[in-house]
Write a protein that binds this ligand. Structure first.
Ligand SMILES: [Zn+2]
Length: 285
């Protein structure tokens, strides 16, 4: 009798255990289904964070890998034409991205002898509608705003600064360059005038001030510009003694709009660094 009772008890215990196990399983299934219903809560927070960390890690590795795989930036415009659109690494380790024929480093458009603009390129953010091929007011809206601020500060100390040449389209640059070539020959013209498509003026991000020649350099305006333009986000695009890097003669009157941070770095306490030198870019036809 005692054995029978024991067996029965064992049987009962087994049934309870199985029953308990089924309830546990059902509960688990219900919780799992509920969690899956809420898209924001598919994973336990800790698990989610871990996944995010993993994604981040993978992203960083990807970045490093692509950077390592980047080809060297083109050395001249012919090489660039062969390579075409893509991402390249400059000699200073910056990434230069060429998209639809437009080159950018850190969101700054690069235009020089190596990097040109497409023939139909127009300023991306003009202060007024670009409906002419040559105009002062069609430059970039932010560049215009910064210029006006600079002009007003200069005026307050008795200096007269004005834009003489702003936006220039491809055709206008072509006419201008051809005139210089007819006048001085191609080799000389290439030291001070850009070939069509290679002029920064087509980008709308630059302008020439006042007399547009060397006489500007030693005027009070010229000296003030050299020491203050960076405070408004402008750089002396073709600094003195940097002809080999920029590909152009010194131009105290040609200002390029970048941003205050970069302008301050390039100002370099008065010893201007060229954009080519800073980013590690070539400027060769
Ligand atoms: Zn210019």
């Amino acid at each position: 009798m005692a054995r029978r009772r024991k067996r029965r008890l064992k049987k009962k215990f087994k049934v309870i255990l199985i029953f308990f196990f089924i309830i546990l399983l059902l509960g688990g299934v219900i919780i799992f289904m509920r969690l899956n219903k809420n898209p924001n809560n598919t994973k336990h927070p800790v698990q989610k964070n871990k996944q995010e960390e993993k994604d981040k890690k993978e992203e960083t590795t990807k970045k490093v890998n692509t950077e390592e795989q980047l080809k060297a930036a083109p050395n001249n415009s012919t090489e660039l034409k062969t390579l075409g659109d893509g991402e390249y690494k400059t000699t200073k380790g910056y990434k230069i991205k060429i998209e639809n024929g437009i080159a950018r480093v850190e969101d700054n458009i690069i235009v020089n002898k190596t990097y040109s603009l497409p023939k139909d390129f127009k300023p991306e953010n003009p202060s007024t509608k670009v409906d002419k091929d040559w105009a002062i007011e069609m430059i970039d809206a932010d560049a215009m705003k910064a210029f006006q601020e600079m002009q007003s500060d200069a005026k307050s100390i008795g200096l007269n600064i004005y834009i003489s040449s702003g936006y220039r389209g491809y055709s206008s640059q072509e006419r201008l360059y051809n005139n210089y070539v007819a006048q001085d020959g191609k080799e000389a013209a290439d030291t001070y005038s850009a070939r069509p498509g290679h002029s920064e003026h087509q980008s709308g991000l630059c302008f020439d001030l006042n007399s547009v020649n060397d006489s500007f350099t030693n005027t009070n305006e010229g000296k003030w510009i050299n020491d203050h333009a960076h405070l408004y986000g402008f750089i002396i695009r073709f600094p003195k003694g940097k002809e080999k890097e920029t590909g152009y003669q010194y131009e105290s009157w040609h200002l390029r709009f970048v941003n205050k941070d970069l302008a301050k770095k390039l100002y370099n306490n008065g010893n201007w660094i060229s954009l080519e030198e800073y980013y590690g870019l070539s400027s060769i036809y």
